[in-house]
Structures are given as structure tokens and as C-alpha cells.
Design a protein around this ligand. Structure first.
Ligand SMILES: [Zn+2]
Length: 244
């Protein structure tokens, strides 16, 4: 199971102002990928206390609520001391139509990673989605870490006809986290003069992710597009949504 997680090497870039509100006070390092997901690509002194409080709220919620089992199974970084990590996880066993929840030990747990699949974005609202989703529609896919034979084995061991595992996700919080990661990655090549090649490859990645493969523009338009991506991302994170 260790093969699932490859994130080991970190890289750093110094920014010196908050990438969300431009404040130069109370700056902390911003992990482009959340620290609770072993945080790669660290923007140093890049998030003020107020903005950091907002981003860490939705990141923390996702990793605590939705990823507790998988993070424990994979022994990922945590602020909790090893002793305080949970050692048992609930699984529902169904026998003769009756249901019983049993807390099973870590090695018997069935971790799920809920991820959100989105329909096409507004700028491409008429684009046909691979799985038929329309603009503003989404689907939640719980990604399995262990395969179904493990559930069968559990049903046999506990003498049940069927086994069920619950999972939860705050969809808006998850999407805000993805927007934050995308924003940090798009800021990354702009904060320091770095090699042209890296800059282009990163911009290409951002462009492909957001607009799909058909997007072409002049250098100037590209910059304007990037600016509007920043604005849209900022708006979706801090502006137009209700704070939980
Ligand atoms: Zn700020």
C-alpha cells in the first residue's frame, strides 16, 4: 500500500507578501499542496494570518472528515501525536436484514477517498463531458484504497451477509481546496525569475487544467487570462461563498 504515495521531495520559493490579499504583516509559509497531504511546493512567507485561517479551515475539514482512515493507514503527517491517532474505524455489518456497527482495527478498515468530479466549467458549458455531466453538475466518487475482496473477507470473518462503509465530504470545501491548490501552483512560476522552460511548462499545465487542450493565445492575452484566473479563483475562495 506504500506505493500509493510518492510525495517526498519538497521545494521552496520566497514570496514575502500574502498571495491572497497582498498584506505584508504576520506572514506564514503557504503549502501549495496542504500540509496535511504531506504538503509539497512551499511558498515561503506567502499567506497572512487572516487568509491562512480561512484556507486551513476547509483544508483541515477535508483531511479530518474525509481522509481520517486513509491518512492513518498510510501513516501520513499529522499534528496529532502517534499515540492519539485512532486505532479503530467503524464498519456496518448487515445480517438477516439487521445492521450492527463494529469498530474494526486499522488493518481491517476499508479506507475511501471521496473526490468530486465536476461537469464542464462555465466557459466550456456546451462541451460534452466524458461521463455525461452537465455544467454545474457533479458526482462524488469514493476511490477505494483496498479492493472488494477485503470486504468479502470482512463479511466472512464477522459472519455478515453484507458490509457497508460510510464516508463524508463537504463538496464546497473540497472544491475550495482544489481552487487553492490550483491558484498556488499558478502563482509559483510568477513569484521569482526562474528558467523560461519551467515557467512555460507550469503555465501550460495550468492552462490545460482550466481550459482544456484547445486554448491558444498571444503572450499578452495569456497574461490577462492568468490574471482573470487568479481573480476567479480568489472570488470563489473568499468572495462569493458563505463561510462555513
Ligand atoms: Zn492575506
Amino acid at each position: 500500500m506504500d506505493n500509493y504515495f510518492h510525495a517526498e521531495h519538497n521545494s521552496y520559493k520566497y514570496v514575502g507578501e500574502c498571495i491572497y490579499c497582498h498584506s505584508k504583516e504576520n506572514l506564514h509559509d503557504e503549502h501549495s499542496i496542504p500540509e496535511s497531504l504531506n504538503g509539497l511546493m512551499i511558498l515561503e512567507k506567502a499567506s497572512c494570518q487572516d487568509c491562512g485561517r480561512i484556507t486551513s479551515r476547509f483544508e483541515g475539514e477535508y483531511t479530518r472528515q474525509s481522509l481520517l482512515t486513509v491518512r492513518t493507514v498510510w501513516n501520513m503527517k499529522s499534528k496529532r501525536s502517534k499515540k492519539r491517532r485512532p486505532t479503530e474505524f467503524p464498519i456496518r455489518f448487515i445480517k438477516d436484514g439487521r445492521e450492527q456497527t463494529i469498530n474494526v482495527p486499522l488493518e481491517e478498515s476499508f479506507p475511501l477517498i471521496p473526490v468530486v468530479e465536476l461537469g464542464p466549467p462555465g466557459v466550456l458549458a456546451t462541451r460534452v463531458h466524458k461521463y455525461g455531466l452537465k455544467h454545474r453538475q457533479y458526482k462524488i466518487n469514493p476511490f477505494k484504497v483496498r479492493d472488494d475482496t477485503h470486504l468479502k473477507h470482512l463479511a466472512e470473518k464477522y459472519g455478515a451477509d453484507d458490509v457497508a462503509v460510510d464516508w463524508q465530504i463537504n463538496v464546497v470545501g473540497f472544491l475550495r481546496m482544489i481552487a487553492k491548490i490550483a491558484y498556488c501552483i499558478s502563482v509559483w512560476p510568477l513569484v521569482l525569475p526562474i528558467s523560461e522552460r519551467l515557467m512555460w511548462s507550469l503555465q501550460y499545465w495550468v492552462r490545460r487544467t482550466i481550459f482544456g487542450s484547445g486554448w491558444e493565445a498571444t503572450a499578452n492575452k495569456k497574461y490577462m487570462k492568468l490574471r482573470s484566473i487568479f481573480r476567479a479563483t480568489m472570488l470563489s475562495m473568499f468572495g462569493s461563498m458563505e463561510m462555513p
